[in-house]
Design a protein around this ligand. Structure first.
Ligand code: GRF
Length: 198
């Protein structure tokens, strides 16, 4: 997983992966921020936690930093990468180099409100239904094919914090489920390919 901050989605995924029958393990949590609580959550769960210096400010990582992340993932044979509150944009080069699906969670009903401050912008627009989306990461920002969504009502008197909290509870439910579904589908694909080869 890649994370930049609090790591509540990292925690939800760690918890789900610890349950019997989850079709995978969390191999490593990497962060561009050394002080990210997400790294502590990984350590507490006995999962490798690595700070990767982004080597530059702004939205993107330096190519050397991306190469380091790819190397850490490759060493552990990671075949699904989940972005969980990761605040940087991965380059096309990174996305081409990583061999498996890359997933992201976003706190809006995409394609509405991609990018930063999604909950605040949803409130500013006066939406009545908000929510969250798990999607495949492509070269755009929050534009890839949608895997799962959950909706929540906007309640009279909501502010950014109350709405974000209501959405977050749904994020914690749909992200592990979406990962489970993608992992199970890729295992099924491998089996099908295997049976064609045999
Ligand atoms: C979540 O709202 C997620 O949708 C967004 O950033 C926030 C991260 O929260 N991409 P956390 O670090 O998982 O607690």
């Amino acid at each position: 997983m890649l994370a930049s901050g609090r790591g509540s989605n990292v925690q939800a995924i760690l918890d789900a992966a610890a349950e019997n029958g989850f079709p995978g393990d969390v191999a490593v949590v990497l962060s561009d921020r050394e002080d990210a609580p997400a790294l502590d959550r990984a350590r507490r769960a006995g999962v490798d936690a690595i700070h990767v210096d982004p080597l530059r400010k702004g939205a993107r990582l330096a190519p050397t930093a991306e190469e380091r992340i790819l190397a850490e993932l490759e060493r552990r044979r990671v075949h699904l990468l989940a972005l969980a509150g990761f605040m940087r944009i991965l380059s096309p080069r990174f996305l081409d180099a990583f061999p498996g699906p890359v997933l992201n969670i976003h706190p809006s009903l995409l394609p509405a409100f991609p990018g930063l401050h999604a909950q605040r912008r949803a409130l500013d627009h006066g939406v009545k239904i908000a929510g969250c989306t798990v999607h495949h990461v492509d070269r755009g920002i929050d534009t890839g094919p949608i895997i799962a969504q959950a909706a929540v009502p906007v309640i009279e008197g909501d502010d950014e914090a109350t709405l974000a909290k209501r959405i977050l509870a749904k994020e914690h439910a749909i992200y592990p489920e979406a990962i489970r579904a993608v992992l199970s589908a890729s295992v099924a694909d491998t089996r099908r390919e295997g049976s064609i080869d045999e």
